[in-house]
Structure formats: structure tokens, C-alpha cells
Design a protein around this ligand. Sequence first.
Ligand code: HDE
Length: 697
Amino acid sequence: MSDAKDSGAGAKGGGDDAPLGSGGELHQQATGDCPLMTTNQGTAISDDQNSLRANPRGPTLLEDFVLREKIMHFDHERIPERIVHARGSAAHGYFELTDSLAQFTTAKILTEVGQRTPLFTRISTVAGGAGSVDTPRDVRGFAVKFYTKEGNWDLVSNNIPVFFIQDAMKFPDLVHAVKMEPDRGFPQAASAHDTFWDFISLMPESMHMIMWQMSDRTLPRSLRMIEGFGVHSFRLINADGESTFVKFHWRPKLGLQSTLWDEAVKIAGADPDFHRRDLFEAIGNGAFPEWEFGVQLFSEQDAEAFPFDHLDATKLIPEELVPLRIIGRMVLDRWPDNFFAETEQVAFCPANVVPGIDFSNDPLLQGRLFSYLDTQLSRLGSPNFHQIPVNAPQCPFASYQRDGHMQRDRPKGRVSYEPNTLDPDGPRESEQAGFRSATTPESGVKGRIRAQSFGDHYSQARQFYRSQSAPEQTHLVAALVFELSKVETLRIREAIVGHLRNIDESLASRVAAGLAIDPLPAAPLPFQPVQDFDPSPAVALIGKMKDTLEGRVVGILVNDGSDGAAVSALRNAATKAGAMVKIVAPKVGGAKLGGGAKEPADGQLEGTPSVMFDAVAVLLSDDGAAELARDAKALDFVRDAFAHLKAIAVDQGGQALLQAAGVQPDAGVVAATNVADFIAAAKTRQWDREGKVRVLP
Ligand code: HDE
């Protein structure tokens, strides 16, 4: 066999001594239309297919600078992933102010109505690595970098308004506990294991957050359907130097929606990038994700009257107590050009604020103000990470900071210090325009002290649980049973049930029954008596689902012979209601519908299970149905749609498939001719069905 044949795509052909060049017709050579490929030093490359060898079958030469540079760069392509929030998706967009807060702050972004401020938003899971799936049960990070006229303001939030711990000192422990266990390297992106629940069992302050984490909030249907919360109290400072406390909120235009746990698990297999793809497709289709921006404003005196301490990040301020004031909106309208350059390299930091915005004394926030700047040094490797385009302010910025790794600026002149007289045009501080902290008097005893006012760990957890609808309470119980069933150590399971008793006895009994724990373990003595607050409807989720198909996806399962007119009617109605419609067929090339037309498929049945959709229609001819009744994938398609409480439209063939799958139709199974009923049913879940398809805890 000749060398030429051995050398594959890069060979030009010829005998043993023929030169082996750059790949003949398979590889495009530069023409006038495309730029020359060069090394990073700008030297044009003649052959990007073959390394330089001493002879055609000889050793590779060290002098091959083209190969060495290419491999060296490749070897260093990765940077350390984020310690938490490693998996994320991001987009560019803008913020538009609709209601001025001039009475409370000097920050222009919050006072200039109608102004659009560019921004970059990254939404993330917390526990998993960068390559983990999109749909674990997990909190979502919601970080927004506003490129304001007065500097970058980073609002680094979560989709849950409270946090696990009160003091930054415990953050490394929390994260170590939830991440993969260090000896075995699993589980990935999951809190359902011993170390997490061991830690939680010893941290009663985490109970409120645990209620949120075990609720459906941590199983979002789409990143476009989550809320965002700044969690901590911040301060606004006005022109007179007066300060007002503020909590920041994001509200999705599409309303809230979550998946069921079984659905989330199956999505993870069917499409590990489910949320990233959804965001990408929505922006690509011009359905720009949008959120309202709201604030809760309150004074020091208001805060003193609250039956909790607002500086404690395990507490929220019920909206019924301090109503939300909507002051603007965020629209995400542009996908990044390059994932690494932007989504990976973006560096958020809660300490990035602009004049008119300031911090509170929340000890968790205070720790965060240090952590983020510090982590960027190891992640991005240089104190000049602010020069990376996605991190750079979009307003003028200047200082006498100099040098450092990867310095891209070329400051002129001999002066790099201040004060100076030699650079009269150089940057100078401004008491008027510069950032100033609130002038708050501080007094008290120095020490490692947890304030007494942080001692109520169960009252808001109880309020959260009791504010949920019946299906939501059931899901919360099921989540706790699931998670604790993965915990091998009986002590831990029992300790958690003990804590639950302080929240709600029936919650504890249901979880104990689900774990076969009998009798109920003793409840730990609360540090402070548990209070009964009024329910807060704002914390429940199902009530915040919007009566719309906008942003939702309807799947239509067809086969050869399906009724083309029925497919069109359903597609038109669902599209008109705002949904995206996708055709699923056994073959990706599509199906020949009755009436002759070939309908191309958006997804092949094997790779497009019904978990990809919010509602489905099954439109089949008798022959088509008979064929699919022998196909486990088709049977799973309808079984899962039914078990996941989705609306299903069927014709006669569809009904036959349902029957073959053992599905007993109910009110959510609608005749395909009843298009309006199907659209109405598709806008919600069939909650009444749940007890019939699942043994509820
Ligand atoms: Fe973070 N957090 N965090 N966090 N956090 C990070 O910063 C940290 C906390 C949040 O899309 C890290 O750049 C400490 C609360 C988001 O890039 C790190 C404490 C909230 C993101 C860090 C907290 C958040 C992070 C890891 C307790 C909601 C992703 C990489 C004192 C308000 C941002 C990085 C992105 C990321 C530290 C608690 C939100 C290690 C020490 C509370 C959305 O610096």
C-alpha cells in the first residue's frame, strides 16, 4: 500500500516520494474572497493538514512552529470553570426604565425614563459542572450586567428570593456539601445525596430555602419562565444623601411554569441542552424573552417593624407587606457571537454598583463583595479581565492602574500615580460625581456574633409551605421523599423529618410516611418560637402561570396517511395562540399525509419524545396507528404526555394509539376537531389527573 493512500484525506496521491500536500479538492485554498489563514504571528500557512516531517514516513520535526503553536493553543483552550454556577446560558439585551426612582436614587439607570441601557444576562444552574444537563433540581442563577452610563452595575441574583445560609463563612461548606462527594466524584448536579442533607440537617437556618428548593421553582420549564431576586437588601441613595432600602425583582412576561420531576429527568436524557436550546431558538425566532423589573422600597423604620430581620438572607419581605413597584423591563434580543468569549468569560461581581446604589450590612452580601472579584483572578488569570469586551464598561473609564498579565491598553506618558502635577489632563476623583457610601453610624461590640434577630429559622418556611396549592404541596413532599430516599444514612433522614415538624406537622408526617419512618422523630427545639404568618400567595407558582400558549411548544405526531387537513387546522390554531408547532414523525424526512402532501418532520419520533412539548396532538390513520401501536417509543409518547398532565388532541387513529398504550381518556384528552377546547386545555396542566397516574405521597 502506498503512503499516499495511507495518509487519508490529506493525501494528494502519487508514489512513495510524492510530496503530501494540503488535501487536494477536499480542502479549500485561499482565494480573493476569504482571508489568509495565518499563525498568531500573522505568517500565512501553506498547509493546515500535515505536520512537517523529516521524510514522508519519518519523525515530526521540532521546528514545525505551525504545529507547535496550534497544539499549544489548543492545550490551553479551557479556563477553570466557575466553582458554582458553571453551567449557564446568556444573551445580550437592554433595560428600559418606565418609572423614575429619582426621589430615592441618583443612579441614572433608575431615573432616566425611556432610556435603554445595554446589558448581558447569564442564567445558570448552581451545582453541576459546565457540561452538566440543563434540568436538574437546582436553583437558577440570574446575573445581569448593566452597561450603564455611569459604569457597570451587576445585579447577581437567583430565581429564589432567599438563601441557604446567613453568613458568608458557611458558603464553602454549603458548596462542598452539595457538589460531588470528593472521594467518589458523584453525584453530578444533584443535591440528593448524604453530604448535602447531612449539612442541611445541622443548619436549621436553611429550612426556608429548602422549602423553595424542593418546590417546582427548581424545575423550570424554560429560562424564560423564571423569576429573579436580588435576595439581599441593597440601598438607594438620593441627591440629599438619604438612603432607602431596596430589594430587586425580575418577573417573566411569559409567567411562571415548571416541569414535573419525571418530565425533567426524561428531558435530561432527550435533550441535555433543553434550556439553552429553548433560549437560543426563542431569540433566533424573534420571540425575545422579557422580564419586568420591580423594587420593594422600605425605610430603616419600616424594617424595624418587620417580624424578621431583613439583613438575614434566609428571609424575604412578603409582597403583601411591601408591595412590588414595577419600574422597568428587560428584553434579551441577541445571542452572543461566541460562547466562550462572552458567556464563559463574563465576570459578574455584586460589588459592581454605580453612584446612587449601595450595600446593606447583610453578612452574606458582605462576603460576596469579596468573593467574586477574587474568583475572577483564578478563572480569567489576570487583573485586566475588565478589558475583555463582555466585561468592559461601555462608558469612558480611566485610572492610573497599570501593567499586569494580558494588558491590552497602551497608556501614554510618564505619569502612573496620583496626586500629580505632571499629568494635568489625567483622571481625577470627583466628590460630586463619584460613588459614595451611605453615611450610616455603626456601633456595638466587635466579635464573631450571630445577631439574635437572625434566630427564627422556621416561620417563613412554614409560611411558604402553607401558601402553596394542594398539587404544589404534594410535589414538595414528593421531592423531599425522593431526595431523602437517596440518602443512605438513617440519622440524616430522621433529622430532616424532625426539622419538618417545626415547619408543618402534616408535611413531616407525609414525608415520614414516604420514607417509611415510624414513629416520627423528635423535632429539634427552635431557637425562637415559630410564628404563624398569613399565607403569601406571591410565593406560590401555579397561580403565576399565564393563560397563554406564547412561548410554549405543541407537538403533532403524524405517520403516513394522517389527515392533512386536521394537521393544518391544529397547527394554525396553535400558532395563532402563540405556540410554536413541531411535527413529529417516525422518519425525519416526514410523512405522506392523506391528501397526498408530504409533511416534513421537525423531529424524528425516536429523538423527540413528548417531554419536549407542552401539549401534543396525535393524528393518525388506522394503518398508521396500527403500525405505531407496535412501537414502544410511540406508546411512551402518549403515555408520558398523559402522565405529565398534558392536553392531548386525538383523532380516531390517535385514540387507537392511546388505547394501545392503556391510557384512559379524561377531560384533558380532546377530539382533534374541537380545536378551541384543545387550545384552552393546552394552556394549563391537567392537575386533576395527577392522582390517577401517580401514587401521591
Ligand atoms: Fe454566588 N458566586 N456566592 N451567589 N453566584 C459565584 O462567582 C458566592 C450567592 C450567584 O453567571 C462565583 O464568578 C459566595 C447568592 C450567581 O457568572 C463565586 C456567596 C446569590 C453566580 C460566588 C454566594 C448568588 C454566582 C463563582 C455567599 C444570589 C453566577 C463564579 C457569601 C443572590 C454568575 C463566579 C455568573 C457565582 C460566591 C452566594 C448568585 C465563587 C461567597 C446569595 C448568579 O464568586
